[in-house]
Design a protein around this ligand. Structure first.
Ligand code: DGT
Ligand code: CA
Ligand code: CA
Length: 575
């Protein structure tokens, strides 16, 4: 355990004691100790090993024992006992403005409230009005506080936060106050949602760098500001931390704060087995009672120290990457520069904003070899869907644009609706005329699991359907995925040589990384497509590629890494 983890448990201890109405001095002692440890510049493990724990001001014998147990075993008897009396979930309630330990105690003991969800229900039932001191106003305010708490504690879409993180990083670098700077945490691992930003930097003038950071125009509120660390809320509502570390610790800190936590724990354990201590300050070798620094400037030092090749941040979830590294079986991950074409693009022929030519020009500037225009064929009016009688004109327009532009091939495609019964919105005679057919669900998305699975299977059985678009139709933080039997889907995809899409638009990311990994393991091919409705959105490709990397995909698993000719040959009716 590190300083932060120990401090957290001490805070929790104090909170539980307070809810239990324990002695005030005891409560304060734990809280003070937590604060002290949080602010320590040195690793508490090192201090303990030197036998100096009790010498830290504010840490008496009792708390020192408590900490020692925690360090040795990850928990301690006292804490376990307290948790039995007041579960940790009860402490979540303390985050709500207007709720202190006294009120939480009543809620827990009288009403058995141990979650925000339960509290919300209780408030709405007005049962609390019977308790003395709780009025209608309290009820209303608490509901409001819960609403705000949830709003600010929701996870943000990677695609909305990524540009913001880059912008802040760039401004820090431009300031001349930092030397090295890096965004770590879930953003660096390209998780589909982000809780907060973790920024690391080195600087000759840490205090000035911190000052600069807290004054950035993107900052809305400063939560904490020290000499090497600041914590703020950005205008978007997301939190951001900046930590200024010593150059010799930069690699170790980037590694530590990139996480994930589960991955970190494995790495540190491997270090222990080699008599090493790995933490956010560096790599240390144990020699008797002393610890000697042996690295930490560069991130790769950490992996090297535990005999691993550098593992890409996208894989650091403790999902087998450590074992794969040890047996030299890490995948050679696909990268953005492998992508040669984007085959799910909309134009003003349906609900897109730009012309065929404009989209093609933008794609050419990216350096693509080919694109497919795939406007909607759907009865849905708002999508301005293509009905059979407009199809001839549409295909002709694509062919004309293709003739006009040099240096990129424009394929004539369609994104055709899969109807409830699995048949398609366009007849085969029309589908046959297109270079590429993408089929997707756009209505009746919440059918029973078996029906939905059969619906997609039926679409895959159509010999003209090359690709299934956004197979689960989820919208992150907005709409649950359709219920499907994914094993049956990938089995059928392999049988029928149907390609599954990884939709790169950051609200979709569909397939998700786990599904992509499963599909790969069954030998199913995938395509990464942007679904762009505007040329500005062609660059969301990077989020799709990152998802694919998180799914362990290699270049050969993804068909739009192929040159045009081979790409066309992999489409099922061309083989
Ligand atoms: P997020 O912010 O929820 O999207 O996810 P992360 O992964 O950015 O998590 P965050 O911001 O809480 O912490 C950043 C990294 O710091 C995390 O990925 C691993 C490391 N870390 C944080 N807390 C702990 C901890 O208690 N133990 C260990 N071993 N590592 C931690
Ligand atoms: Ca984070
Ligand atoms: Ca964080």
């Amino acid at each position: 355990m590190n300083n932060k983890e120990i401090a957290k448990i001490l805070y929790q201890t104090a909170d539980i004691l307070q809810i239990k109405d324990a002695n005030v001095f005891r409560i304060n002692a734990y809280r003070r100790a937590a604060q002290t440890i949080e602010d320590l510049a040195e690793d508490i493990n090192l201090i303990t090993e030197r036998g100096n724990l009790e010498k830290i001001p504010g840490i008496g014998k009792g708390i020192a024992h408590y900490i020692q147990d925690l360090l040795e075993t990850g928990t301690c008897h006292g804490f376990e006992e307290l948790k039995k009396q007041v579960p940790l979930t009860v402490l979540d309630l303390l985050n709500i403005e207007g709720l202190g330990p006294k009120k939480v105690k009543i809620l827990f003991q009288k009403f058995d409230i141990n979650s925000l969800y339960k509290l919300q229900k209780l408030l709405k039932s007005h049962k609390l009005l019977e308790v003395e001191g709780w009025g209608e106003k309290t009820e209303k305010n608490l509901l409001k506080s819960i609403y705000f708490y949830k709003r600010y504690n929701q996870r943000f879409l990677l695609g909305e936060i990524y540009p913001l993180a880059q912008e802040i990083l760039e401004e820090l670098k431009q300031s001349g106050l930092v030397n090295r700077a890096e965004v770590s945490g879930s953003i660096r691992r390209w998780r589909e949602t982000v809780g907060d930003l973790d920024i690391l930097a080195t600087s000759k003038k840490p205090e000035k760098a911190i000052e600069f950071f807290t004054k950035l125009k993107q900052v809305k509120r400063i939560l904490a500001k020290g000499s090497t660390k600041a914590q703020v809320i950005l205008e978007k509502g997301i939190g951001a931390d900046l930590r200024v570390v010593k150059p010799k610790s930069f690699g170790a800190a980037v590694n530590y704060f990139t996480g994930s936590k589960a991955h970190n724990i494995r790495i540190r354990r491997l270090g222990m087995q080699k008599n090493l201590r790995i933490n956010e300050y560096g790599i240390f070798k144990k020699s008797g009672k002393k610890l000697i620094r042996i690295g930490g400037t560069l991130e790769k030092d950490i992996f090297k120290a535990v005999n691993l090749p550098l593992i890409a941040p996208e894989l650091r979830e403790d999902q087998g990457e450590i074992e794969a590294g040890q047996s030299k079986k890490l995948p050679r991950l696909i990268s953005l520069k492998d992508i040669r074409g984007d085959c799910h693009i909309h134009t003003n022929w349906s609900d897109g904003y730009k012309s065929i030519l404009k989209m093609a020009q933008a794609a050419k500037e990216i350096g693509y070899e080919y694109i497919a225009i795939t406007d909607h064929a759907t009865p849905i009016r708002v999508a301005n869907g293509l009905r059979p009688k407009r199809m001839t004109g549409y295909i002709k327009a694509i062919k004309n644009a293709d003739k006009k532009i040099k240096g990129i091939k424009i394929l004539a495609g369609i994104e055709v609706d899969i109807k409830k019964d699995g048949t398609l919105f366009l007849p085969d005679e029309i589908l046959k005329k297109l270079d590429i057919v993408v089929a997707g669900n756009h209505s009746a998305l919440h059918m029973p699991k078996n029906e939905m699975t059969q619906r997609i299977i039926k679409a895959m059985e159509n010999p003209y359907v090359h690709i299934i678009a956004h197979p689960t139709n989820r919208l992150i933080n907005k709409r649950e995925p359709s219920k499907i039997n994914f094993n049956q889907i990938i089995k059928k995809a392999r049988e029928t040589k149907t390609i599954l899409e990884i939709n790169a638009f950051y609200r979709r990311l569909d397939l998700n990384s786990n599904q992509a990994r499963l599909a790969k393991q069954s030998g199913v091919k995938m395509i990464i497509s942007t679904d762009a409705h505007h040329n500005d959105y062609l660059d969301v490709m990077k989020f799709g590629v990152a998802q694919a990397r998180r799914g362990w995909l290699e270049k050969k698993d993804v068909v739009n890494t192929l040159p045009l000719k081979s790409f066309l040959k992999t489409l099922k009716n061309n083989q």
